[in-house]
Design a protein around this ligand. Structure first.
Ligand SMILES: CC(C)(O)[C@@H](O)C(=O)O
Length: 593
């Protein structure tokens, strides 16, 4: 560190002799609740705590408590904490989708970080989209930033069974359809998966995205897996608060951490943990906001060959507490480093490299966190498919069950491929209305397709692609049919759907041309998915295609539809990635009076 400390950004609000009138105006209102001139004018970094917790956001709600420990840490290191609210994004509460709000929360955070007297920020994360929204905002503004995740709930139990968030819903729904549960027991079973504060205790999108933040180097090592109620969670909140003050003095900004190597690490890590299918769009979105090239095909190219190491639902059998006790993400990264699959020289917010932090870390429960010699599955990354149905869609190969492989992918002479008669649904309402319609003649040779569920069509993109077969098939023991869609699906689902299809049907993607009864062929060997139809027929269908009339119900839906791109490129506001390193490039904004 240089001996003359850098003049902090916040002094241009609170201690600017060139404009004493404005300095007084900026100061006096922050003094009015008890802050002192000494705190605001003696060169202490002002640290924002971006608060994503609220009563509307139960997954992140305990950040309201954790923020106190963060503040203690900031104070102990000589900074001044200022907590501020972030637009809530609760995956399980927001209609029509929480996906609609990721970019809205991002926009809000950019304005706060850029427009207020902050020198650094603690990004509180938890529920799925809070993590990418916070990282995207931090990337755009590029102030020193550190992630504090809230951690998963404790493990869930119901009548002696381990029940995990989200994953239990799909299993309980199957039991309800098969007549093995009544409605009250169904609700009790699902509620059993949520025993405490925290986000999903499965390797759903929340655990996956917080692991991505750690693998990217944006949280303190070991942060992501600590369960929400554990004492270590509050302790790391304190350490995070201390660390961000040092990061301000070191000028350690996201642009120094979020490099191409960091993103390659995130991809490798996603395969090893059996991460959510929501990771590719969110991680690509973060990359685009920091200006790193990351293509959807990189997920297949870099991640496909990596084995599944973490035995956690939905790809495995354990939940968050076992995973944490087995060593959490550091044990996974340690193994990836030993196998030469991880860039050990990538930097983390600690100021040390991934290798310095994790190289010596090992699993202490070989069944929960496996080694490369004994993985849960080989080649467990995402397969990225394309063809006349879409330019890209992903399939999470770590959740392809033996039953699914036997039924669809082990046909002699045509392994890894399947064909089926398409049953097309126009959205989840249509699916629920017609799935049990006997005239559809759905059998185990069918492929269920859902469209109009992408970022523009829905809007926001809904988690609906993992469709349960008709009740009659479920009663016969057919629990899964191949599913394809332009929506997303819950990270907690064990369905090997082909999803996030881009471009989506509502903007004229190939799925819009599909008709019930068409035969679809999926071939994992050459990564293709096509309607078996001749070119002339397909061209005629395209010529006759009319796009749906989309009704905007709120002003934001209209703005979102005008600016948002497709899932394969992160579904970002397409005007946003051009704004990079905003704080450095533009300095502080103009005075407001
Ligand atoms: C379980 C939810 C709500 O679907 C989501 O959190 C995910 O894991 O994708």
């Amino acid at each position: 560190m240089s001996s003359t400390p850098k003049r902090l950004r916040s002094t241009q609000w609170f201690d600017n002799p060139d404009n004493p009138g404005m300095t007084a105006l900026y100061l006096e209102r922050y003094l009015n609740y008890g802050l002192t001139r000494e705190e605001l004018q003696s060169g202490k970094p002002i640290i924002g705590i971006a608060q994503t917790g609220s009563d509307l956001s139960p997954c992140n709600r305990h950040h309201l408590e954790l923020a106190k420990r963060v503040s203690d840490g900031i104070r102990a290191a000589g900074g001044v904490p200022i907590e501020f609210p972030v637009h809530p994004i609760q995956e399980t509460g927001k209609r029509p989708t929480a996906a609609l709000d990721r970019n809205l929360a991002y926009l809000g955070l950019v304005e706060v970080l850029y427009g207020y007297p902050l020198d650094g920020v603690v990004l509180t994360t938890g529920c799925d989209k809070t993590t990418p929204a916070m990282l995207m905002g931090a990337a755009t503004v590029d102030l020193p930033s550190i992630v504090l995740s809230g951690g998963p709930m404790l493990d869930g139990h119901f009548e002696g069974e381990l029940v995990g968030s989200g994953t239990v819903v799909w299993e309980a729904r199957r039991r309800l359809a098969a007549g093995q549960l009544d409605y009250d027991k169904f609700i009790d079973m699902v509620a059993g998966s949520a025993p405490s504060v925290g986000h999903c205790n499965t390797m759903g999108t929340a655990s996956s995205m917080n692991a991505m933040a750690e693998a990217l180097g944006m949280s303190l090592p070991g942060c992501a897996a600590i369960p929400g109620p554990y004492r270590e969670r509050a302790q790391i909140a304190y350490e995070t608060g201390k660390r961000i003050v040092a990061m301000v003095h070191e000028d350690l900004r996201p642009s120094k951490i979020l490099t191409r190597k960091a993103f390659e690490n995130a991809i490798v890590c996603a395969s090893a943990i059996g991460a959510s299918t929501n990771c590719p769009p969110h991680v690509i979105a973060i990359a685009r906001h920091i200006g790193v090239e990351l293509d959807i095909k990189d997920w297949d190219r870099i991640g496909y060959e990596i084995p599944l190491l973490v035995n956690m639902m939905p790809a495995g059998k354990y939940l968050g507490e076992s995973y944490y006790r087995a060593g959490g993400l550091p044990a996974v990264i340690g193994e990836l480093i030993r196998q030469g699959k991880f860039h050990a020289d990538a930097l983390t917010v600690s100021g040390r490299s991934m290798g310095e932090e994790n190289a010596g870390k090992r699993s202490i429960d070989a069944d929960v966190i496996r080694s490369f010699d004994d993985p849960l599955a080989e080649h467990a990354g995402f397969a990225v498919l394309s063809g006349n149905l879409f330019s890209s869609a992903i399939m999470k190969t770590s959740v392809i069950s033996e039953e699914f492989r036997d039924r669809y992918m082990r046909r002699p002479g045509d392994e890894d491929a399947f064909e089926g008669r398409a049953i097309v649904f126009e959205g989840p309402e249509d699916y629920h209305h017609r799935i049990n319609d006997p005239t559809l003649n759905i059998d185990e040779n069918c492929i269920l397709v859902i469209r109009n569920c992408g970022p523009i069509g829905y809007p926001g993109s809904a988690e609906v692609v993992n469709m349960l077969p008709p009740d009659a098939l479920v009663r016969q023991g057919v629990n899964q049919l191949p599913c394809i869609g332009d929506g997303r699906q819950s990270g907690t689902s064990g369905s090997p759907s082909i999803l996030n299809a881009s471009p989506e049907s509502a903007v004229g993607g190939g799925l819009a041309l599909l008709k019930t009864g068409d035969v679809i062929r999926v071939d994992l060997k050459d990564r293709s998915a096509n309607i078996l139809i001749d070119e002339a027929d397909l061209a005629a269908r395209r010529a006759a295609l009319t796009l749906p009339d989309l009704v905007n119900q709120t002003p934001w839906q209209e703005i979102h539809r005008r600016f948002t791109g497709q899932l394969e490129t992160g579904a970002v506001l397409e005007n946003a990635p051009q704004y990079q390193r905003v704080a450095e490039r533009f300095g502080v904004p103009r005075d407001n009076h």
